[in-house]
Design a protein around this ligand. Sequence first.
Ligand code: C5P
Length: 405
Amino acid sequence: MTSLNDKKILLGITGGIAAYKSIELVRLLKKAGAHVQVVLTKGALAFVTPMTLQAVSGLPVRTSLLDPEAEAGMGHIELAKWADVILIAPASADFMARQTTGMADDLLTTLCLATESPVIIAPAMNQAMWKHPATQSNLKTLLERGVHTIGPESGAQACGDIGYGRMSEPLDIYNYIDDFLSTSSDPLPLAGQHWAITAGPTMEAIDPVRFISNHSSGKMGYALASAAATLGAKVTLISGPVSLNTPEKTTKVDVLSAIDMLEACRAISEKSPIDVFIGAAAVADFRIQEVATQKMKKQNGTNEMQLNLVKNPDVIASVVSESMAKFVVGFAAETQNVIAYAKDKLAKKGLDLIVANDVSRKDIGFNQDQNEVTIVGKDITWSPNKADKTKLADLLVNFIIQHNR
Ligand code: C5P
């Protein structure tokens, strides 16, 4: 039996061509034993009819906030309380915008405001509309408020364009809801996933008492580990030397050098496959060619000392080339041409996403509590506002969830 049996699902359908797919979605949910109350927006009525949805759901379809007859049966507040989950599929750009502003000018937006149950949206729109900063900013706000999202997918669109914006397939939405409801009464979106996150600096020994390192505090990586663990992921934190407390519900593996870090990643991925790998560590690019076994002494008569350095392995590039993780996210600390260099690294290292920031600024980044970043993917660039690293970590983790489907 699926977790959908006897569950009360309020399915909102908004105006978009993908609305026709929601008929199949209702059929799947009903077959699994769910009670499905369909609400159509005015826009949806142009694409599907109440009659069709009533036939598949077995319940009269609600279309209006101001329908005295329907309200007499179950008022909108009662309906908002009735639902175990509100699912909006497809969620149009217009609907997301209205939901973001907190409007309550029709039945569906009102229900979203009045419910205390989880709200899941399956966005669907033209790829340019999806990429538009207005939609991305609305998405960010909705994610911050705890709205869950599935999709959109990338591919050919009804309008002829190609890109992100297709609604997820009914079966994928069905499986998502099934998982969502089965995890617990308050399901965690990352339950069952293993995330591995590198953090902090590496320390490259010169001799038994000296080393080369950098100013990374580890704050960003630790905040990401904490955010992913809070959302239910099993998190392994591969940490260089930092003075931070290990976040709750994470497992920490301490490393010193870049080579240690790479070996730790290999061992971790062999033991438990990694779903998402985030390279937030500031890995030293070079190490001492030959580490002295004894403390190096000052040489009489010379004011100079030569240290021979050799290139370290690129940990994150190895994670990609050795297929240690399904989805890989890197960081790029730059002082100029931030986005262009980040895009270059994304391609060269074969990453799925890269988080770029400008380390020439003194108010953000290294050792600071705040950061301002741009997330760059193959088809997407998103710059959330400057924020505390903990807040930014929540946003990044949600962004990764959104793009790792
Ligand atoms: O090439 P660059 O050091 O700017 O790339 C930064 C990204 O690559 C970060 O995600 C960092 O953790 C990762 N990196 C790595 N191993 C290296 C150098 C960088 O994993 N040797």
